[in-house]
Design a protein around this ligand. Structure first.
Ligand code: GTP
Length: 600
């Protein structure tokens, strides 16, 4: 396939607008997968992804397609569909020349449609807008088309109307990709040069690298070098994704495919790296910034004896997800554990769910925190990833010049009747409203600068509940700014519990101090003695609560009569204990650690 018969494209969409369904339809029409209907969403490989219906890791597939008597090689590069993963979206886009912007004709433009459009536009890609779900009785394709015109200034005459579900209009999609998206450029005669844009671990061939060949060609046995590390590798296998790995004799200029070259771990494969052939160095392609962890949380085994097994499980899970950062951490209250960094809270939830389900791990997770910065008077700036790294009152006063927190620029899109509640939501989360514009006569787009810390907690849930599910939200990082930060500590029976501490803005401390004490009182079970809960900041007590001691034996009401019932009750109690952690004499359930993060 010469480059002019190759098209490298992706589909970008707001979550649930039908990207995976369209991908399945395209793979079916080109015979890559059968039409039995069993192949639903083949590109969403992971179990958690299927369960949650979201694509986390980008997958790709090659298809062969005939158009106007010519044969084409069509490479579909899949992109994740959630705000946390915009980093993965942009790196997938670097391997394409164009993209389909898929919009649900009933819902119209949503926040991620806007964010994804600008990512693609910024990469200089050709964007083909397509309206999906026109089979729905609630579909309003004309209105959605108007929104596309007004938000992106792209003409929408001849816009395709399709239904990925019923198949309506699907046969127009690939011809439109061929006509509108330019073929890859590059030369077959120049030395080999390829962009590494994704990587994963496969149990048969080891580390797999997904590459876009920009110049030249590559085949098995070739010796290649990583521009990033200078390491030399021998290519053991090359092939295309069809939809699984399928070896081929070579990969040529313009193609997208995989190579396996005996790398030991995924960490060796630097996404954004340029490969060239040994002794034929090339100018490296512009790489990507490494994934930045925006949310940190501590993970600890409930039972310290499980530390080694958990360590192994975490290593295995991070093998395929290099965007999770891992540091060992020791907590006075919880013992040995890890501080993990994630791209966002969904990423964190997915990781935790996989750890529990696939590796049967029994863990406690501390509430998430964002990376704060401390600027010292001597000019040094330090990142803190856990509240226990926050300087104490004396250091704060004597050596710290200022504290900084990360911000995001966010986009909210919603029907105009929610304008009041959305403005209120932003202001209670310390947001700074920048603009609000109308996408059509009743749909508002709000731009707001928010502290990252405010959105890693329950912002998204509140947005959904306050707008009855109609508002959508996306964000991008907007750097650090000065902010008055303080540390809130929690004392149980007079002893500070480091795993319950939190860093927050000064203005939140009084309310948070009261709320956290109340919530802890609600989740800590009565024990055989009184438990005092105190929240403090800078040594000053903010709130006090007491969990009164338990008076009656739980089994007392069984009168010793019904033994089976008694066993059942005791079993139930044991069950409940599974996720308890003893801090001093006090037993804390998992909810206690998360009660620090929610807002009342
Ligand atoms: P993410 O992978 O999370 O980004 O979602 P997605 O954009 O891939 O959406 P997906 O393909 O999973 O579709 C979401 C839901 O919409 C599913 O229940 C689909 O069955 C449904 N759906 C997709 N296309 C159509 C369509 O053309 N018409 C109708 N009625 N439903 C559709």
């Amino acid at each position: 396939y010469p480059p002019d018969r190759i098209r490298n494209f992706s589909i970008i969409a707001h979550i649930d607008h039908g990207k995976s369904t369209l991908a399945d339809r395209l793979l079916e029409t080109t015979g890559v997968i059968s039409k039995t209907g069993k192949n639903r969403q083949v590109l969403d490989k992971l179990k958690v992804e299927r369960e949650r219906g979201i694509t986390v890791k980008a997958q790709s597939a090659s298809m062969f397609y005939e158009h106007d008597g010519q044969k084409y090689l069509m490479n579909l590069i899949d992109t994740p569909g959630h705000v946390d993963f915009s980093y993965e979206v942009s790196r997938s886009l670097a391997a394409c020349q164009g993209t389909i912007l898929l919009v649900d004709a009933a819902q119209g433009i949503q926040a991620q449609t806007v964010a994804n459009f600008f990512l693609a536009f910024g990469e200089g890609l050709e964007v083909i807008p397509i309206l999906n779900k026109v089979d729905l009785p609630t579909a309003e394709p004309e209105r959605a088309a108007l929104q596309i015109e007004s938000a992106f200034e792209i003409p929408t005459n001849n816009i395709l109307h399709i239904s990925a579900k019923t198949g309506l209009g699907i046969d127009m999609v690939l011809p439109s990709v061929i006509e509108k998206i330019p073929p890859p450029t590059g030369s077959a005669d120049s030395p080999f040069k390829a962009l590494l844009f994704d990587t994963w671990y496969d149990k048969y061939v080891g580390v797999v690298c997904l590459i876009a060949v920009k110049d030249g060609a590559i085949k098995r046995g070739d010796k290649i070098v990583s521009s990033y590390s200078g390491t030399k590798y021998e290519v053991a296998e090359v092939g295309i994704m069809h939809p699984e790995q399928k070896p081929t004799t070579q990969l040529q200029v313009g193609q997208v495919g995989y190579i396996a070259c005996n790398m030991k771990t995924v960490a060796e494969a630097h996404v954004g790296d340029t490969f060239y052939k040994d002794k034929h160095p090339v100018e490296p392609l512009p790489g990507f910034e490494p994934a930045k962890s925006m949310v940190f949380a501590g993970i600890f085994p409930i039972d310290a004896g499980e530390f080694d097994r958990l360590n192994e499980s975490i290593q295995k899970l991070t093998l395929n997800d290099s965007s999770v950062s891992v540091h060992k951490e020791t907590s006075a209250a919880l013992g040995q554990g890890w501080r993990l960094g994630f791209l966002g809270t969904l990423h964190m939830d997915v990781f935790r769910q996989r750890l529990e389900e696939e590796y049967d791990a029994n863990i406690l997770m501390t509430s998430p925190t964002v990376p704060y910065q401390i600027k010292y008077k001597d000019g040094i700036t330090k990142f803190i990833r856990t509240p226990s790294e926050f300087p104490n009152a004396i250091v704060m006063q004597e050596r710290v010049e200022s504290t900084m927190e990360p911000f995001v620029s966010s986009t909210l899109i919603f029907p105009e009747q929610y304008l009041g509640s959305m403005l209120e939501l932003c202001s209670t989360h310390r947001g700074d409203i920048q603009t609000h514009t109308y996408l059509d006569e009743s749909r508002v787009m709000l731009k707001c600068k928010l502290p990252m810390a405010e959105i890693v907690t329950d912002f998204y849930d509140r947005l959904k509940s306050k707008s009855q599910g109609f508002a959508s939200f996306d964000y991008e990082e907007a750097g650090y700014a000065r902010s008055d930060l303080v540390k809130l500590e929690v004392l149980l029976n007079g002893e500070p519990v480091d795993a319950l501490a939190a860093v927050m803005h000064k203005s939140s401390i009084a309310t948070a101090g009261r709320d956290i004490a109340k919530r802890l009182k609600d989740v800590i079970r009565r024990q055989l003695f009184d438990i005092s809960i105190q929240t403090t900041s800078n040594g000053k007590v903010i709130a006090r609560e007491t969990v009164k001691q338990l008076r009656k034996d739980v089994t007392a009401k069984c009168y010793g009569g019904d033994a089976r019932r008694k066993m059942k009750l005791l079993d139930k109690q044991k069950e409940g204990k599974k996720r308890m952690k003893k801090i001093g004499r006090v037993e804390l359930p998992q909810e206690a650690f998360l009660s620090v993060m929610t807002k009342s």
